[in-house]
Design a binder for this molecule. Structure first.
Ligand code: ATP
Ligand code: MG
Length: 428
């Protein structure tokens, strides 16, 4: 018999089916036993009334993996955990596929007040991932990635793959992981910045999803040391053009998540809206924050300022543009003496993206490298790539985990990372 997924059962009332999954909960009396069976699509109640099934039932612990063959019957199930409340399965056969040991962390936590702490949950992430709520996060993240692809393909962008091992730091700074590359010292990529720029100068409009590594020693709720980024770069474009692309991209992603995941959003108690878009210059933002008595840096927004932007403009992608030149990396195009064509995008109170128009003029690029205390010699092939027909170009990068947490209103980035790498964690 072919397996039926739990969310397909309602179409099979009166039929005998095979369902497979994990024991979500168990309850037994002497003459009749109940269990809740969970698969990736839902939870259903199973009734065991035949005594020949009790031997196997009595061996079960929560999260054991089983097969049930049984009859789909009308019912009215009260349990909140059950997703198919209008039916139940009358078991005819119970096969044990694999018994589970007593669990190191609970999968089904009835009492919200005694939630297992996150670090212990991450130690046992493979068990934690049995939870419906945790699965909901990663179902949403999967749709986020798919929607990003959909959007970019509609924009006629070309998907590109980049190396992760690089010869020189793409952003400057010391927060890079060294790797031994045969006789040479190499680095793990901090971003695909230099490569996506070189590509925009030939392939025009490109996008990428790639892993990046940043050896930042601090432990925060918004940083991990290995993260995934969605990048976009476009030739013959300035900051305005690519901000508009990013705004429409985030709107498309949110819209797709709302369409695909009403159940997951309800489970996670998220009231999602397709975001609006707001444009502010850095100077306007500084004025706005002064009124709110919030500190803003000279050339960077403080965390409090980002939070305040989220409060003033909820459910909005806020672009802060005309960013002070000193606060942006060397590759951002200057605008006058002190300003730039760089921007950040703030969504629900946190930076989700940085971007801007890039420098496509080799001599200016050298000048900016030196101004940032970097040695142009280390960037030779990158600089040379703009000597043989390089159009003006612009782009941005969005953190996959950052965007996931801001869409779902989740406070700790580790919650939205399957296997986070932070200052203290390398396993599992
Ligand atoms: P922040 O100021 O928040 O530390 P950043 O300005 O250093 O971020 P960028 O170099 O602009 O980061 O990277 C582009 C995007 O990648 C950021 O807007 C963010 O969404 C994401 N990102 C950057 N660093 C991290 C990190 N350590 N962990 C998770 N996401 C990150
Ligand atoms: Mg940034």
């Amino acid at each position: 018999m072919n397996r039926t997924y739990i969310n397909e059962l309602s179409a099979k009332e009166g039929q005998t089916v095979l369902i497979q999954g994990w024991v979500h909960s168990l309850r037994g009396q002497s003459k009749i036993k109940f269990l809740q069976l969970r698969d990736i699509t839902g939870v259903v109640q199973v009734v065991l009334a035949e005594a020949k099934l009790f031997d196997n039932f009595n061996k079960l612990l929560a999260e054991s993996v089983i097969s049930i063959t049984g009859l789909v019957k009308k019912a009215n199930v009260k349990s909140e955990e059950v997703t198919e409340k209008s039916l139940e399965i009358e078991a005819k056969e119970l096969e044990i596929i694999n018994l589970a040991l007593p669990l190191p962390i609970p999968v089904f936590e009835k009492d919200e007040s005694i939630k297992t702490e996150l670090s212990k949950r991450l130690d046992y992430r493979y068990v934690d991932l049995h939870k419906k709520e945790v699965q909901a996060i990663f179902k949403v993240q999967s749709t986020l990635l798919q929607a990003y692809h959909e959007f970019m393909i509609k924009e006629n962008a070309i998907e590109c793959l980049f190396p992760s091992i690089i010869g020189a730091s793409s952003e400057g700074g010391t927060e890079v992981y060294p790797v031994q590359y045969f006789e040479k010292k190499a680095l793990l990529s901090q971003s695909c910045q230099l490569y996506k720029q070189m590509l925009a100068c030939s392939m025009e409009k490109i996008f990428a999803v790639s892993t990046v590594w940043r050896a930042e020693k601090h432990n925060t709720l918004r940083h991990i040391n290995e993260s995934r980024q969605m990048d976009f770069e476009m030739a013959f474009a300035d900051d305005k053009v690519v901000m508009d692309v990013l705004a429409r991209c985030v709107q498309h992603i949110v819209k797709r998540i709302m369409e695909e995941h009403p159940k997951e959003l309800e489970l996670l108690k998220v009231n999602l809206k397709v975001p609006e878009v707001k444009y502010l210059t850095f100077a306007e933002t500084t004025q706005l924050m002064k009124k709110q008595k919030i500190h803003v840096g000279e050339d960077d927004l403080s965390g409090e300022a980002e939070e305040m932007l989220g409060k003033l403009y909820p459910d909005t992608v806020v672009f802060v543009h005309d960013w002070p030149l000193s606060g942006k990396p060397f590759y951002i195009m200057p605008k006058g003496k002190d300003s730039s064509y760089g921007f950040d995008a703030i969504y629900n109170g946190m930076e989700i993206s940085s971007g801007g128009q890039r420098i496509h003029l080799p001599e200016l690029l050298k000048e900016r490298l030196i101004a940032k205390g970097l040695n142009p010699v280390n960037f030779e092939s990158y600089i040379d790539s703009f000597r043989y027909g390089a159009p003006n170009h612009a782009g941005w990068g969005v953190g996959v985990e950052r965007l996931t947490m801001q869409i779902l209103g989740i406070k700790n980035i580790r919650e939205v990372t399957l296997f986070p790498r932070d200052r203290d964690r390398l396993t599992p």
